[in-house]
Design a binder for this molecule. Structure first.
Ligand code: MET
Ligand SMILES: [Zn+2]
Length: 756
């Protein structure tokens, strides 16, 4: 073994959750947005939150004096931070973007006629970033010093930290260009990185972490060599300023992707959970052996063995496979979790401790107790009851050959037309209605035992009555019950399925101030009894119009849970699919004629590498079909997709074989419509005409314009009119106004197509 003095600390993490242990940052953001606190109070809350995280990381065993601790601390989004840092103002706002927080919120949330930046999923995660909006006139400079300020702030608190910024290749690869291919702007962007690096160096920084996960993904319009060139230019700019560079790729296999950059960097952080080590002998490697994206305890024995093997080749530090942004803060907060399950898990703080344990062990100081505990937990999990359920496995093994096939679409469509009698361009919503304070407080009181189940159910039934009456009044054609009983579209299912455990405080940032609490999918999945039927049937009893049953699809349930890592995802997905098929059968038996199976995460799990995509699409589409294929031909199956770039998976969307697909489209001005039309998509399609992630009420002209794009590309018999997504994050006033506008726009469009 070579004994090189490490050029980098023995153990580090690539990033840490930033919403706060008790979601302090969320509260500060939302208070500021409602004007309950001023700018100074917001900045103070954000600062206190950042400092609390730094102190926690020191307490957990990361060193405070050697750039072990990354400092990032975005208010809303780390890509937005880069946009602001480099002054990449969209053309439509150039010269009039307010300074300070007002400008930041305008880009993030929009206001009046100014739409926000588009939001898209970060790589294959459920974190949404704000897409940079670039054009031929985009120019970059060091326009904002937040990254420097946060480094200085950490120093004042006694931590010599490592500033983190998205690297130029990733920034441009994930941007959207109008009239220009973003990567062609690299020569203009890189000098701004040089300016940032110079400012950091002047402030005393020694290291910078450049996040370049785009290097491990395949892109539609950029080659690997180009991305490597741009990444290299960013690295060289930082080094020229006197900083040492940690290049972090993470998020998959870096082998074959980063080797040409090895000579340019001071250290390289790679994902060894999902990938292998690149051939970069001699380069300081930050070996990501602790999973940054899942919550299972690390197999310390296996990790140490891997680390020791790597140490034969060159200097090695211990790291996480990605930032810990995607896992909750602290397992110790989960008092209600079954102790046996809890012993199998590690959240962010436990992972930091694992990194510290492994770093010490690699340096020769093996903590036998910690290694023994990890070993015992892993053995216990393998043999625990519920992890393998014989009945579930037998049912899957005995699936008939046609278990994933419905009758031909034309037959189904005819039967559905006769059963439903809908007008052309039918209007509907995506499922949820605003989750009012009353609903949330009733749920909280019920959880605390202050409101009994009967009382809680009555609050929910009242809400369903109100939502059904409102939709009838507005004139919508296909109604929903509004989903008031659901805290979250995945957690609600996890709570009713065997094999899942919800958490109490396991919040993970989804976008901005929004966080979700992924459940832990630890065992074989089954549905003990029907759980959506009573709500949907109740709603249907209140109206003659069809009410849609609402289910969350297998891929989305997997994507938004912490999944088991001891069997292929496809197997787990099929188990969930059968549980959903049972629920659909019960909905049909209760007289429900339309069932929507949401798959907003279909695109999110798409492998970043082309070669892995066919296998993924095969099992994911297969699971959706397994869930829905047993439905009667007259039952109309809807699906819903949102907040991803779906153009590349049109084949898969087609493969789902849903009768109607609603899909997010408003922010991208109906971009996906052309892709679908070009593909010859021949079943019902509802491109969203109302962007529900922003509080703006869409105006009449805007709706008309979007609808005319849709009617231009899609045949009238296939087109539906609906919002982009569910309304649960909206308020009632704006929802009523927006849906009113939407129904009127559909009526005008109907009149127009009737004339044409
Ligand atoms: C993120 S997709 C959401 C779909 C769900 N049915 C809802 O309306 O909230
Ligand atoms: Zn959606």
């Amino acid at each position: 073994m070579t004994t090189t003095t490490p050029a980098f600390p023995g153990g580090t993490i690539l990033g840490y959750p930033r919403i706060g242990r008790r979601r302090e940052l969320k509260r500060a953001l939302e208070s500021h947005w409602r004007d309950a606190i001023d700018d100074a109070a917001f900045h103070e809350a954000a600062r206190a939150n950042r400092l609390a995280d730094l102190q926690r990381l020191v307490a957990l065993g990361l060193r405070a004096d050697d750039a072990s601790i990354p400092v990032e601390g975005a208010h809303y989004d780390h890509v937005l931070d880069a946009t602001l840092t480099f002054g990449a103002v969209p053309a439509r706002l150039r010269g009039r973007l307010p300074s300070g927080l007002a400008g930041e919120w305008l880009l993030a949330r929009g206001a009046g006629d100014d739409v926000p930046l588009e939001m898209t999923k970060w790589l294959d995660s459920n974190y949404h970033y704000l897409v940079p909006e670039l054009d031929a006139a985009s120019n970059f400079s060091l326009a904002d010093t937040r990254i420097v300020d946060r480094f200085v702030e950490a120093g004042a608190a006694g931590v010599h930290a490592r500033p983190v910024v998205v690297g130029p290749a990733t920034y441009l690869a994930l941007a959207k260009g109008t009239g220009v291919r973003p990567l062609d702007l690299a020569e203009r962007l890189v000098p701004a990185y040089a300016a940032l690096a110079a400012a950091l160096a002047a402030a005393g920084a020694t290291w910078i972490q450049l996040d370049e996960p785009a290097l491990v993904a395949d892109h539609e319009d950029a080659t690997l060599a180009e991305l490597q060139d741009v990444a290299r230019a960013g690295i060289e700019a930082a080094r020229a300023a006197g900083l040492r560079v940690l290049l972090h790729v993470g998020h998959g296999d870096a082998a074959g992707r980063v080797e040409p950059l090895a000579d340019a960097v001071d250290a390289l952080a790679v994902d060894l959970v999902r990938g292998t080590a690149p051939e970069t002998d001699g380069v300081q490697l930050v070996a990501g052996v602790v999973h940054g994206r899942n919550v299972w305890r690390t197999d310390l024995d296996a990790a140490l063995e891997a680390l020791r093997a790597l140490a034969e080749r060159g200097p090695v530090s211990v790291g996480t496979s990605t930032t810990l942004l995607h896992v909750p803060h602290d397992l110790d907060a989960e008092a209600a979790l079954e102790p046996r399950l809890r012993s199998w898990l590690a959240f962010a703080d436990q992972k930091v401790a694992e990194v510290a344990t492994l770093a010490a062990a690699l340096a020769g100081d093996v903590d036998e107790a910690a290694f023994g505990a990890a070993r015992a937990a892993i053995d216990d999990r393998r043999a625990a009851p519920g992890v393998h359920d014989g009945a579930v496995r037998e049912r899957l093994a005995a699936l008939p050959a046609d278990a994933r096939t419905r009758s031909p679409y034309d037959d189904r469509a005819a039967q559905q037309r006769a059963a439903l009698e809908l007008p052309p361009l039918p209007t509907t919503t995506i499922g949820s209605f605003p989750q009012t304070g009353d609903i949330r407080s009733a749920r909280a009181r019920n959880a605390r035992g202050e409101l009994d189940d009967a009382g809680y159910a009555e609050v929910l039934r009242d809400e369903v009555r109100r939502v059904v009456a409102l939709q009838e009044e507005l004139g919508l054609d296909v109604l929903v019950h509004g989903e008031p009983e659901r805290n979250d579209m995945v957690q609600y299912f996890a709570e009713h399925f065997d094999g899942f455990a919800p958490t109490q405080h396991g919040w993970v940032q989804s976008y901005g101030s929004r966080a979700t609490r992924p459940s832990i999918l630890w065992g074989d999945v089954a549905r003990p009894e029907a759980f959506t039927v009573e709500w949907i049937a109740f709603a249907q009893s209140l109206t003659d119009r069809p009410v849609k049953g609402m289910l969350t699809g297998p891929v989305t349930i997997l994507a938004w849970s912490f999944v088991r890592d001891d069997q292929p995802l496809g197997e787990t997905a099929d188990q969930v699919a059968l549980a959903l098929a049972d629920e659909i059968a019960d909905l049909e038996a209760a007289g429900i004629r339309i069932v929507q199976v949401d798959e907003p995460a279909l695109r999110e799990l798409l492998p970043l590498r082309r070669e892995a995509r066919p296998a993924y699409l095969d099992w994911s589409v297969g699971a959706f079909r397994l869930a829905t294929a047993a439905a009667a031909p007259a039952t109309q199956i809807h699906t819903h997709l949102c907040y991803s770039e779906f153009n590349t998976v049109v084949d898969a969307i087609d493969g789902l074989d849903a009768d109607v697909t609603s899909i997010e489209a408003a922010r991208s001005k109906m971009e996906v419509v052309d892709a679908l039309a070009g593909h010859g998509f021949g079943r019902g399609i509802g491109p969203g005409v109302y962007d529900i992630h922003s509080p703006r009420v869409p105006a009449r002209e805007e709706l008309d314009e979007l609808l005319s794009i849709a009617t231009g590309a899609i045949s009238d018999e296939l087109l539906w009119v609906n919002p982009d997504c569910g309304l649960k994050t909206r308020g009632y006033a704006e929802t009523v106004e927006s849906l009113g506008n939407l129904v009127e726009a559909a009526r005008r469009a109907r009149a127009a197509v009737a004339v044409a």
